[in-house]
Design a protein around this ligand. Structure first.
Ligand SMILES: Nc1ncnc2c1ncn2[C@@H]1O[C@H](COP(=O)(O)OP(=O)(O)OP(=O)(O)O)[C@@H](O)[C@H]1O
Length: 353
């Protein structure tokens, strides 16, 4: 069964903006659901309410159909992994894993069997006798997962579990978490501010902004059909540009793209342009129309270069150019270029899609 939250609200300061404001969503059973949003969006507060570490001012939390809103943490059947490992330093890995089971008064033999099972599950069979200080960050976090899963939770709550690790280990553990989830099938809620992480590992995404749900759905839907400009830019790095319909085409600054059929002449439109759907062309001197998009910033990132353009309208547009293509282009910061938009989603009127 799923996790359902209904109209959750939590306000820390009187008269201030609520950290969580009337949030409702459903996390499907057996799936990984991510709570995705920028810093301060209310993700951790929401997770803490679901875990029972924080009480809401209003609203309900239902786990497997049971109202858990006021239930003590220990009775909720939840495993939690935070960003910091929170392992006992003076205990070995085995002792760390056994601790939660012993406090639940499981028989000794069962504790030992469960610890073995968990070490195998997280592929750390060889390291049971080590202390946390003798493990790498990634290994420590795998122990934290094993400890959370040892109690056979109905629900696994993960608050930026890879946040403290370097990017290579992060990506490795992302894949590891997917395979762990395939093996356990435990309903999982993952807090992250990393859209790539959310799109890659979850089956359901809840995008949060300023304590509210901005959009909820499968990752493809969030990416392909963002419900608001916030979701478009936060999830896809999409630029949102304003323009007008002229002769059946949408003119967005110096750019021109196809207008929706329903668009009337002169109507205001918004174009959502993804960074990889733009081709940059450096104009040959004195030939053709003068270029008007200013290269404000260039940043090589792995196999591509991130380019921030300033359009004549004053709007900014993010572009990603494959490294080889960029090298051929030979532009530097301060150059003027043409920006050919290969594809854009154009919407008429205000932010309703
Ligand atoms: N115990 C608290 N007392 C007062 N304000 C709080 C408390 N906990 C969180 N807040 C505030 O609530 C808002 C939401 O915080 P929260 O930590 O839930 O956001 P978040 O999306 O998890 O952010 P981050 O990714 O930075 O952890 C923030 O403005 C934060 O300052």
């Amino acid at each position: 069964m799923s996790v359902i939250v209904e109209h959750l609200t939590r306000q820390f300061t009187q008269g201030g903006t609520p950290a969580v404001s009337d949030v409702s969503f459903q996390a499907p059973s057996g799936a990984i659901t991510t709570l995705l949003g920028p810093s301060g969006a209310g993700k951790s507060t929401l997770l803490r309410i679901i875990a029972g570490l924080e009480l809401p001012d209003a609203g309900r939390v239902l786990i497997e159909g049971v109202d858990c809103t006021n239930m003590p943490v220990q009775q909720r059947g939840i495993g939690v992994v935070f960003q910091s490992y929170a392992l006992f330093k003076h205990m070995t890995v085995r002792e760390n894993l056994a601790f939660g089971l012993e406090t639940r008064r499981l028989p000794r033999a069962e504790v030992e069997a469960r610890v073995d099972e968990m070490l195998k599950l997280v592929q750390l069979e060889e390291l049971g006798a080590r202390y946390p200080g003798q493990l790498s960050g990634g290994q420590r976090q795998r122990v934290a997962f094993a400890r959370a899963l040892a109690i056979r939770p109905k629900l696994l709550l993960l608050d930026e579990p890879f946040g403290a690790l370097d990017s290579r280990v992060r990506v490795e553990l992302r894949e590891w978490l997917q395979s762990l989830h395939e093996r356990t099938g435990v309903t999982t809620l993952l807090v992250t501010h990393d859209q790539e992480e959310a799109l890659e590992i979850s089956q359901h995404v809840v995008v949060l902004s300023e304590g509210r749900v901005a959009q909820e759905g499968p990752p493809e839907e969030i990416y392909d059909r963002p419900a608001t400009p916030f979701v478009a830019s936060f999830v896809g790095g999409t630029s949102v540009l304003r323009g007008q319909v002229r002769s059946g085409r949408a003119r967005v600054g110096s750019l021109e793209v196809e207008a929706p059929q329903s668009a009337r002449e002169g109507e205001t439109v918004q174009a959502f342009v993804r960074p990889h759907d733009i081709t940059l062309v450096k104009p040959a001197q004195g030939v053709g129309e003068p270029a008007t998009s200013l290269v404000k910033r260039l940043k090589p990132v792995g196999g591509y270069v991130k380019v921030l353009l300033k359009l004549p309208t004053g709007e900014s547009m993010a572009v990603e150019v494959p490294r080889a293509e960029f090298d051929k282009l030979g532009v530097v910061e301060g150059d003027l270029v043409h920006a050919d938009v290969r594809m854009a989603k154009v919407f008429v009127g205000d932010y309703v899609i």
